[in-house]
Design a protein. Structure first.
Length: 159
């Protein structure tokens, strides 16, 4: 299945689902979702399990549902002011994640047995964080080939 929006396109393998979207701009009434006046950027959620409709930018709501062989890939875009900074100096979407890259210390919120990996990068003049969560760190060898194939099937174009 092909998913395309906001200059991001991905070919999802069988059994995977995904969403590409931009959350609403925070206002005084919705301040809990971000800074008032913030300009939200695209966020991509890709998973080998059913994604809940309500998810945080970095997968809150989804990670709570993960089983041992589940994997969640998030591509979170930052603003153009981040391009060219030291944090985003890596060029190109990461497509070769290895088990050694994952740790419970990299999780946004610690859930027993889970492990995460964050990689900041620039692609097509756009700054992103790739955040991947494993439902069980011990499943890395089984699920990372799927995650890497999904990342390899993802293309980002300039805006």
């Amino acid at each position: 299945m092909k998913l395309q929006s906001h200059g991001i396109e991905t070919d999802l393998p069988p059994g995977w689902e995904g969403r590409i979207g931009v959350r609403q701009r925070p206002t005084e009434a919705t301040r809990s979702i971000g800074e008032v006046g913030e300009r939200p950027n695209p966020v991509v959620h890709l998973a080998n399990f059913a994604l809940p409709e309500q998810r945080g930018d970095f997968g809150s709501g989804a990670v709570d549902l993960m089983g041992a062989d589940d994997v969640l890939v998030v591509l979170f875009e930052y603003g153009p002011e981040c391009v060219g900074t030291a944090l985003f100096r890596r060029q190109g979407l990461p497509t070769n994640l290895t088990p050694r890259m994952f740790s419970s210390a990299a999780l946004q919120r610690t859930i027993s047995g889970q492990a995460g990996c964050q990689i900041f990068f620039t692609e097509a003049g756009r700054a992103f964080c790739s955040y991947t969560v494993l439902g069980r760190q011990s499943s890395a060898l089984r699920v990372l080939p799927q995650a890497n194939a999904t990342l390899a099937g993802t293309r980002i174009t300039s805006r």
